[in-house]
Design a protein around this ligand. Structure first.
Ligand SMILES: [Zn+2]
Ligand SMILES: [Zn+2]
Length: 254
């Protein structure tokens, strides 16, 4: 069995075909998926998915790419996370690729999420793009190692991965690891300690080969697992069970 540790099933493209996507998960042995929140306005839709389906979970957070949305503070995030189906805080982090200029608000928002995670005792889902030095620095300054979490859709170097591992973080690989030119990501997937690897789709984005360019869905997470198994020269079954156990260990759900 496989678990998609990061998807956006509430996004309109996917929500419109939910019954089919859930059916595809079932036939593809994808037993669970974590629906990740990107802003407070849409959080109720994410939570509703997790409440309606026993094998879907939710997170609470505001993505760094969302500029003109309600700004969360640590107390409000911790309150939203006070629900048995909300198993993480995020996604949060820094993105200096999509947005430029004075991004102090992103860094402040990121700090609020780390504080919320420490308050409510639920792990972080961190997004970092073109901002790894600041991301690691803020994680260190805010004591993110005391709560841990996952660096999702990882595209950074092995050095960045090592620093995240030292801070008790897991590394999650998306369909990017299946792309031919993703040399650095493939290298990280080879060098990772098995007990810290997660897999995800980040659907609707980043469909893995052989669906590259199409709308992604949780059932496709199998292709991410297949590539990691190939890179590490282990069986698909081994990657499936390791990443499934890792998911339950990190998010403390049974
Ligand atoms: Zn992300
Ligand atoms: Zn995402």
């Amino acid at each position: 069995m496989f678990i998609d540790s990061h998807c956006h099933l509430d996004f309109p493209d996917l929500a419109a075909q939910l019954p089919e996507l859930l059916q595809n998960m079932q036939s593809g042995q994808v037993t669970h998926a974590l629906c990740v929140s990107v802003n407070l306005e849409d959080f109720p839709r994410v939570l509703a998915l997790a409440e309606a389906h026993p094998h879907l979970f939710a997170s609470a957070g505001v993505h760094p790419d969302y500029e003109n949305v309600r700004e969360p503070d640590a107390a409000c995030l911790a309150e939203l996370a006070d629900h048995p189906k909300v198993i993480a805080i995020g996604e949060t982090g820094l993105d200096y690729f999509r947005l430029q200029g004075d991004l102090e608000w992103q860094r402040e928002r990121f700090r609020q999420h780390i504080r919320a995670a420490r308050q409510c005792g639920k792990p972080l889902i961190i997004h970092t793009r073109a901002a790894s030095a600041d991301t690691l620095r803020i994680m260190e300054e805010e004591g993110a190692d005391r709560i841990g979490g996952v660096m999702h859709c990882f595209t950074e170097s092995w050095e960045v991965a090592q620093r995240a591992l030292e801070m008790n973080f897991y590394i999650s690989f998306s369909g990017i690891v299946t792309f031919k030119n993703a040399k650095i990501v493939k290298e990280v997937a080879q060098r990772m300690p098995a007990e810290r690897i997660l897999i995800e789709t980040d659907s609707p984005y980043l469909a893995p080969v052989p669906y590259r360019g199409k709308t992604n869905q949780p059932a496709f997470v199998r292709h991410v697992a297949e590539e990691i198994a190939r890179l590490r020269e282990v069986s698909l079954e081994e990657i499936a069970s390791t990443t499934t156990n890792n998911f339950f260990n990190l998010f403390k759900v049974a």
